[in-house]
Design a protein around this ligand. Structure first.
Ligand code: CP
Length: 311
């Protein structure tokens, strides 16, 4: 592969290979000396049109740990503010000959569009409500390291499924790797096509969490609810917020996950987010490793015979 646009494009073997590579990157990131030369001489540009803490900083650190030159395009102070289009901005950056472009954008399909226009590799860091493939990979790595496998596990994904690219990418990946996926959400926060996605849909948290190995909570994305259905926080937490009482029906050793950023007291209680079953900090650590693995795989010199390395 030259680009990573979505989990849909990856085979189970591709996913396993990226997770294995990411395991090695975790070991590198835990060393005192974290820098390698795998991407020395390569140029990485991060182009984030939407806010990000975890994804942008971990892509930057991942590039630096691989020895690449990393440039963060500051969209807020760029000519995007003067009306320059996504394509014109990307073509301008492309003319500076980057090797890899990391893009986050509010529109579904933005990363795929860029991939058709630029000469370098493109990684989708979240496109609208479509996909967030590196998030699903880092979630899978977190689960695999905690549980030793993905196949056969029951994973409950709960909350605002409708607006969640994280949910979509996770459903695709977990299904591909043989896990059983359940979702729990208010009916107004379920996408129309959810029943075609090989998931079991439950109207209550209790039903979805019963016996689950992993409980994945999602952020209530009020910024994407343009005036339509915006549930009251108190009611939402009562029915769909993860607290100790609701978590009791999951397996005793169930892993609690959240991609961040969290709305504490809305979709998850603080005592659970910070509690012993929470893997939220591990997810962040795995984010750097997975992004190292993805960029290294895409820019593997064996895929670029022009660099003088045998294909
Ligand atoms: N999980 C995630 O994508 O977080 P950021 O929006 O902070 O990058």
């Amino acid at each position: 592969h030259r680009h990573l646009l979505g989990i849909r494009d990856l085979s189970p073997a591709d996913i396993k290979s990226l997770l294995d590579r990411a395991d090695a990157a975790v070991a590198i990131s835990r060393r005192h000396e974290k820098k390698t030369s795998a991407l020395r001489g390569r140029t990485q540009i991060n182009l984030f049109y939407e806010a990000s803490t975890r994804t942008q900083s971990s892509f930057e650190l991942a590039g630096k740990r691989l020895g690449a030159d990393v440039m963060n395009m500051s969209v807020a102070s760029s000519s995007v503010k003067k009306g320059e289009t996504l394509i014109d901005t990307a073509m301008t950056l492309n003319a500076m000959r980057p090797d890899i472009l990391i893009i986050r954008h509010a529109s579904a399909g933005a990363a795929a569009l860029l991939a058709q226009k630029v000469g370098c590799s493109v990684v989708n860091a979240g496109d609208g409500t479509h996909e967030h493939p590196t998030q699903a990979l880092l979630d899978a790595l977190t689960i695999r390291r905690a549980k030793g496998r993905l196949a056969g596990l029951t994973v409950a994904i709960c909350g605002d499924i409708l607006h969640s690219r994280v949910a979509r990418s996770n459903i695709l990946l977990l299904n591909a790797m043989g896990a059983f996926v359940r979702v729990a959400a208010p009916s107004t926060l379920l996408p129309a096509g959810i029943r075609q996605m090989s998931v079991e849909v439950f109207p209550t948290m209790a039903d979805a969490l019963r016996g689950a190995d992993v409980v994945m909570m999602l952020r209530l994305q009020r910024e994407r609810m343009a005036g339509a259905f915006v549930p009251s926080v108190r009611e939402y937490f009562r029915y769909f917020g993860l607290d100790a009482e609701k978590l009791k029906v999951a397996r005793e050793d169930a892993l609690v996950m959240h991609p961040g950023p969290m709305n504490r007291g809305v979709e998850i209680a603080s005592e659970i987010a910070d509690g012993p079953q929470s893997a939220i900090q591990e997810q962040v650590e795995m984010g750097v490793a997975v992004r190292m693995a993805v960029m290294e795989a895409l820019l593997d010199p064996r895929r670029n015979p022009a660099d003088g390395v045998a294909a």
